[in-house]
Design a protein around this ligand. Structure first.
Ligand SMILES: Cc1nc2c(=O)[nH]c(=O)nc-2n(C[C@H](O)[C@H](O)[C@H](O)CO)c1C
Length: 157
């Protein structure tokens, strides 16, 4: 089992290292192949060609989006491209992205980034190895980077 990972030099936190720790713990048999590109718009072609060349079962990508409108437009373009790559390959590529304006505090941004990377690595493990556990978690308000929102209990319908 191979997992492909692509991140960027634009990012201000090494998010991939947190995800790799979790993946190695949950899937010690998995081989992890990692590449780094300048920014998010360079990720789609890199993750696609890497997954095709390496035969990865799935991928994870780590992006950092700046505060400006042009940054956010770049993210929208990248996000669509990533969807197309997943559809073309028929493979999951988990998109771990931190938006720099999610917090004014660098400490909080660090916490968000590490939590999101770790939880999405667990999500990838569940997608690949424990799909029934994800079904069990349906509708439970899970979040990455923040505490879970939790489920809205019945009794309203
Ligand atoms: C405007 C902009 N914003 C971001 C960003 O928020 N995050 C990021 O990772 N990269 C950004 N880039 C750079 C592009 O992703 C890419 O690296 C360059 O256009 C070179 O291909 C650009 C050009």
């Amino acid at each position: 089992m191979k997992i492909c990972i692509v991140d960027t030099t634009f990012a201000r936190i090494d998010m991939a290292r947190y995800a790799i720790e979790v993946l190695q713990n949950l899937m010690p048999d998995a081989v992890i192949v990692r590449r780094t590109v300048p920014g998010i718009k360079d990720i789609p072609v890199e993750i696609k060609t890497l997954m095709q060349r390496e035969g990865c079962e799935a991928g994870m990508v780590f992006g950092w989006v700046g505060r400006s409108l042009v940054d956010k437009i770049s993210y929208a373009v990248y996000s669509l491209a990533l969807q197309l790559v997943q559809l073309e390959l028929g493979r999951h590529i988990i998109d771990v992205t931190v938006h720099e304006d999610e917090s004014e505090s660098e400490e909080e941004l660090y916490r968000i980034a590490a939590d999101r990377a770790r939880k999405h690595a667990e999500n990838l493990y569940l997608l690949l190895r424990r799909p029934e556990e994800l079904v069990r978690r349906a509708g439970t308000g899970r979040r990455q980077g923040y505490p879970d929102a939790g489920p809205i209990m019945g009794g309203y319908g």
